[in-house]
Design a protein around this ligand. Structure first.
Ligand code: S6P
Ligand code: ZN
Length: 185
């Protein structure tokens, strides 16, 4: 018998991974809408924003999967999030939310925006043509499993340069507002 990978539903930990990535505030300084607030925090500390446990496979037709854990928190009143990316080729993916609460922000290259609620048990389809960012709007970690084509490729530069058109801020609860740093009209 071969060893089977096991997901701990309580902690979101995968037993077997090929890589673990940690993203700190300093890695996301070009992504948060309120850069001054981010710089103020960075003078004192560099908090962990999210972690990705990946199990990658290669070869024709291969799929990979990853668990993402986003910490609760805000920069200014903008909730913590993942960088967000387009896939380099048209490739969809599926997210299954294991715990926490959030919003999946999706935007295509024409600027059309779609948002989906993230909550325990939510099964979300990420459209191939849409950049996607997960945002933790709750007080606990937001944990989800993503399954995607191994050769999908990740284009982070477009998002870094122009930003998403909308961000999610805390205004007595999560509110979707125009991104003041978006370079798109
Ligand atoms: C991969 C999938 C997720 C993200 C992860 C971190 O296609 O969408 O596993 O990689 O949530 O987000 P990001 O934007 O830093 O890759
Ligand atoms: Zn993706």
């Amino acid at each position: 018998m071969e060893r089977v990978n096991v997901l701990d539903f309580t902690t979101g930990k995968l037993e077997l991974t090929t890589s673990v990535q940690e993203r700190y505030l300093s890695d996301l300084i070009d992504y948060f809408a309120f850069k001054n607030e981010a710089e103020m925090i960075l003078r004192e500390k560099n908090p962990l924003i999210y972690k990705v446990y990946e199990m990658a496979y290669s070869g024709p037709g291969a799929l990979s999967y990853a668990i993402t854990e986003i910490e609760p928190g805000k920069v200014g009143n903008e909730y913590y999030f993942t960088k967000g990316h387009f896939h380099s080729k048209a490739a969809a993916e599926v997210y299954i939310v294991l715990s926490g609460e959030g919003i999946l922000m999706m935007e295509n290259r024409s600027g059309n925006t779609r948002t989906l609620n993230m909550f325990k048990g939510a099964v979300l389809y990420v459209d191939p043509e849409y950049a996607h960012r997960s945002i933790n709007t709750g007080n606990e970690k937001l944990v989800f499993l993503a399954v995607y084509q191994s050769d999908a490729g990740h284009d982070y530069e477009s998002i870094k340069e122009r930003g998403f058109s909308y961000i999610v801020v805390d205004e007595e609860g999560p509110k979707i507002v125009k991104n003041p740093r978006s370079t798109k009209k």
